[in-house]
Design a protein around this ligand. Structure first.
Ligand SMILES: *[C@@H]1O[C@H](CO)[C@@H](O)[C@H](O)[C@H]1NC(C)=O
Ligand SMILES: *[C@@H]1O[C@H](CO)[C@@H](O)[C@H](O)[C@H]1NC(C)=O
Ligand SMILES: *[C@@H]1O[C@H](CO)[C@@H](O)[C@H](O)[C@H]1NC(C)=O
Ligand SMILES: *[C@@H]1O[C@H](CO)[C@@H](O)[C@H](O)[C@H]1NC(C)=O
Ligand SMILES: *[C@@H]1O[C@H](CO)[C@@H](O)[C@H](O)[C@H]1NC(C)=O
Ligand SMILES: *[C@@H]1O[C@H](CO)[C@@H](O)[C@H](O)[C@H]1NC(C)=O
Ligand SMILES: *[C@@H]1O[C@H](CO)[C@@H](O)[C@H](O)[C@H]1NC(C)=O
Ligand SMILES: *[C@@H]1O[C@H](CO)[C@@H](O)[C@H](O)[C@H]1NC(C)=O
Ligand SMILES: *[C@@H]1O[C@H](CO)[C@@H](O)[C@H](O)[C@H]1NC(C)=O
Ligand SMILES: *[C@@H]1O[C@H](CO)[C@@H](O)[C@H](O)[C@H]1NC(C)=O
Ligand SMILES: *[C@@H]1O[C@H](CO)[C@@H](O)[C@H](O)[C@H]1NC(C)=O
Ligand SMILES: *[C@@H]1O[C@H](CO)[C@@H](O)[C@H](O)[C@H]1NC(C)=O
Length: 445
């Protein structure tokens, strides 16, 4: 009797072990896998399909291709497979959108991405695509050719990200009806931004970033602009006062350029502003008090300039503020903030301002602000801790963890490693238990 009892017991243990292993393995993959569950990109050629935008209720069963045959031909010449009607949903990459005209539908948007190395644009193909309102290229390294003027005039949205090798300002300036212009990671050769933007009277959002753009900011910008991103270029000179007339501007990013001079005192006239970065330029002078009049400020980054004067108190009265970065400037005096304000922010950085200090009866040294405490004259007591000079790493935001401020960003830092640790401990204790039990059963039997 005794020997027969051991095997079932052993099997049960094995079963327990295997279930424990599979569940913990699943948890581990969950935690480490990237969120995107799709398989790697199929091919260098984009796949076309329709998107839900047009108000069409056509079912896939209405079989004959609905797209204008000329446009089908054009898509084929651009290496886009057209075995399926590009006007029918669903769309893997939303590459194409059609209108609902009759007898043939026409393309109104085309998104080309990850093009093959032999991809090239032809004038004839583009000519038959003059119905497009929106055209975008992502990772398509064809040479830019002259666009037919019908197409240039019909586009309201043009986007070029890491594509078309290099663009000239004059080439871009022909898209006079654009409301949205995006050029990123593609060099743009022009004598000035005004060449590009001068005739785009309907423009609402413009991004020309990481493009080695030279020249200065234009004196006259279109007043309906809501979004301006000219970050990471080689722009020089001052911010023209006329920029402060853009009452609808919500987003302004001029970071990583060679801009200088003072921030205009009228900066507060940008009353719609939410996110602003003037970081990594050579701005000097004071942070303008007028900024206190911008009610919706959310993200303010003035880091890595030569701003001087004191830190204005008004930042603590901006109810929506979430990100305030003033590090690496020449600000001085006593930091005018209390702990409850600083904890309310997701990101707060003031390090790298040698003459700035905090009042240690108001703020605790535990907050690791990267600046020294003040003496009774309001001057820094000791050299600021050098630990924070690591610069722009986001991990600084975890400095306030011990105070229990809750932002989801902070959770991220600790999540995966805890899971892994837990799984490891669980597994090893199970293995230990089994070895122990096996030994025990052998010993007993
Ligand atoms: C793992 O993924 C499953 C299904 O995708 C989900 O229900 C579960 O909550 C995930 N577990 C963790 C720890 O993320
Ligand atoms: C296609 O567009 C729709 C609506 O804009 C969007 O919800 C969907 O996620 C997009 N699909 C892909 C694969 O990009
Ligand atoms: C293009 O390639 C990138 C990186 O290989 C991938 O992340 C992206 O999903 C691809 N896009 C399309 C539309 O295939
Ligand atoms: C684009 O602008 C031109 C003149 O600048 C105008 O004649 C034309 O009607 C506009 N086209 C569209 C589609 O808005
Ligand atoms: C900008 O210029 C630098 C050096 O002049 C070069 O390394 C970089 O690749 C250029 N950027 C683009 C987008 O062409
Ligand atoms: C930029 O354009 C100017 C004139 O338009 C030309 O002389 C110059 O060679 C161009 N620079 C580059 C790098 O293509
Ligand atoms: C600017 O926007 C206002 C209101 O949003 C609109 O009435 C006006 O026509 C726009 N101007 C131009 C030139 O688009
Ligand atoms: C504005 O800043 C917030 C906080 O950093 C960010 O989540 C949001 O995406 C930004 N908005 C835009 C348009 O970049
Ligand atoms: C501004 O642009 C830079 C570089 O493109 C980017 O890293 C930064 O997050 C942007 N800042 C804001 C406030 O959008
Ligand atoms: C602040 O900078 C401005 C402009 O560079 C300069 O004129 C002024 O003297 C500086 N003030 C202080 C207190 O350093
Ligand atoms: C902290 O400062 C803010 C703004 O100046 C103020 O409204 C709040 O009452 C202060 N909190 C404490 C605890 O002093
Ligand atoms: C620090 O704060 C205390 C209490 O609010 C105040 O009495 C003192 O004057 C402040 N010290 C400095 C240098 O501002």
């Amino acid at each position: 009797m005794k020997p027969s009892r051991a095997p079932p017991f052993f099997l049960l243990l094995l079963f327990l072990l295997s279930t424990a292993t599979t569940t913990s393995a699943a948890t581990t993959t969950n935690a480490t896998k990237p969120a995107n569950p799709t398989k790697p990109t199929l091919s260098p050629t984009p796949s076309p399909t329709s998107s839900p935008t047009p108000p069409t209720t056509k079912t896939p069963s209405s079989s004959p291709p609905t797209l204008d045959p000329k446009q089908i031909e054009a898509l084929q010449s651009l290496n886009i497979p057209t075995t399926r009607d590009p006007c029918i949903q669903p769309s893997p990459h939303n590459a194409t959108t059609c209108d609902s005209s009759k007898p043939f539908r026409h393309l109104i948007s085309l998104h080309l991405s990850n093009c093959s190395s032999d991809f090239s644009l032809s004038f004839a193909a583009l000519k038959s695509l003059s119905s497009l309102h929106s055209l975008s290229f992502t990772n398509c390294h064809a040479s830019p050719i002259r666009f037919p003027s019908d197409l240039s005039l019909s586009l309201t949205s043009f986007s070029c990200i890491r594509s078309l090798r290099r663009l000239s300002g004059i080439w871009l300036s022909r898209f006079v009806n654009l409301t949205d212009l995006t050029v990123s990671y593609t060099p743009v050769n022009t004598t000035g931004l005004y060449v590009i933007l001068g005739n785009m009277h309907k423009l609402k959002t413009v991004t020309i970033s990481h493009a080695n753009l030279t020249g200065s900011l234009p004196k006259h910008l279109h007043l309906n602009l809501t979004h301006v991103d000219l970050s990471d270029n080689k722009l020089k000179g001052k911010i023209p006062i006329s920029l402060t007339l853009l009452e609808d501007l919500e987003f302004l990013n001029l970071s990583s350029n060679g801009l200088n001079g003072e921030i205009p005192t009228e900066f507060g006239d940008l009353i719609s502003l939410k996110n602003v970065s003037l970081a990594s330029n050579s701005f000097s002078g004071l942070i303008p008090d007028s900024m206190s009049a911008i009610p919706g400020l959310f993200h303010v980054d003035l880091s890595k300039n030569q701003l001087n004067g004191t830190v204005p108190r008004f930042f603590s009265e901006l109810k929506g503020l979430k990100v305030l970065n003033l590090e690496n400037n020449e600000l001085h005096g006593v930091l005018p903030f209390n702990a409850s304000f600083i904890k309310r922010l997701a990101v707060f950085k003031v390090g790298g301002n040698a003459n700035l200090c905090y009042n240690h009866s108001v703020l605790s040294s535990k907050m690791k602000l990267g600046i020294a405490p003040c003496d009774k004259h309001g001057l820094p007591m000791s050299p600021p801790p050098s630990k924070d000079s690591s610069g722009d790493s986001k991990s600084d935001s975890s400095d306030y963890d011990d105070d229990g401020a809750d932002t989801s960003e902070k959770e991220h830092h600790h999540g995966p490693s805890k899971v892994v640790l837990g799984v490891a401990i669980g597994l090893s204790s199970i293995v230990f238990l089994i070895v122990f039990l096996v030994l025990l059963s052998k010993w007993c039997g």
